[in-house]
Write a protein that binds this ligand. Structure first.
Ligand code: IPE
Ligand code: IPE
Ligand code: MG
Length: 246
């Protein structure tokens, strides 16, 4: 049976975020170099992006490269940057055909110029697409994002653009990289690790968390559906009692 039949299209997460983890271990298990894991991981990215768009998910955010990942061996970082560039080249067509808009969060200035150029091109060519927003977190760290927000807000306070009393959740949201995105409803992490690794700390305040042992290159459509079905079975109470929700 296809798990897709068990998904309620009226109760999809509006914002799904995924920590795509386990590429290295996937390769190691088969005696291959880590790069093969990353390469095969891009296939899971394509399948997941297409499935989410078809399902009707409006916002998908993928953690592709963290601020901490810059500390990996140079060879691995270079491989990941090359894969990013080739994936952008190869996937533009898929994004256009599926009416998907590409967006990024993170400190893009740290990426190689060629990657920045490719990103800008794909962002520009998909900017009017409306079916789904695909956000790639690249050179992204939640703490760095918060520091940047705090600096921007502080400077506005100093210049009397906003008053201290006006600082609220909405002001903070407007100063994050994710300013145009709703809060995360469902966060998936693959590979059996149970941690957040500096991803969207503010934005997941009330997200449902879903952990699976599946390594990212093995992650299939059916695994995605399992996560969404688990999400749909949960009662999101936001601090209220169960009776209040019903
Ligand atoms: C995720 O897989 C990809 C990135 C972090 C870029 P990993 O490379 O972290 O794979 P493991 O966790 O070592 O197996
Ligand atoms: C998190 O995975 C970052 C991405 C998936 C891009 P890591 O593999 O880098 O995280 P840690 O080191 O296990 O926390
Ligand atoms: Mg990892």
């Amino acid at each position: 049976m296809d798990l897709l039949d068990n998904i309620n299209k009226d109760n999809l997460p509006k914002h799904l975020a995924i920590i795509m983890d386990g590429n290295g271990r996937w390769a190691k298990k088969q005696g291959l170099m880590r790069a093969f894991g990353h390469e095969n991981g891009t296939k899971s990215v394509r399948k997941t992006v297409e499935s989410c768009a078809k399902l009707g998910i409006e916002n998908l955010t993928l953690y592709a490269f963290s601020t901490e990942n810059w500390n990996r061996p140079k060879l691995e970082v270079d491989t990941l940057m090359k894969l990013l560039i080739s994936s952008l080249k190869n996937e533009l067509k898929t994004l256009v055909e599926n009416n998907i808009k590409l967006h990024t969060i993170g400190n893009l200035e740290k990426l190689p110029k060629s990657a920045q150029k490719e990103l800008l091109e794909v962002i520009n060519k998909t900017k009017d697409n409306t079916r789904m927003t695909l956000t790639l977190a690249l050179s992204y760290g939640s703490r760095e994002e918060l520091i940047s927000a705090i600096k921007n807000i502080s400077s506005k306070v100093k210049n009397n653009i906003i008053s201290i009393d006006a600082i609220d959740e909405s002001i903070i949201n407007q100063h994050l990289y994710t300013q145009n995105l709703p809060d995360v409803d469902l966060l998936i992490r693959t590979s059996g690790e149970h941690r957040i690794s500096n991803f969207l700390l503010w934005q997941i305040a009330y997200a449902e968390l879903y952990f699976t042992d599946v390594l990212w290159p093995d992650f299939t459509e059916q695994n995605l559906y399992e996560a969404i079905i688990s999400y749909q079975k949960r009662e999101r109470r936001f601090g209220k009692t169960s009776e209040q929700i019903k």
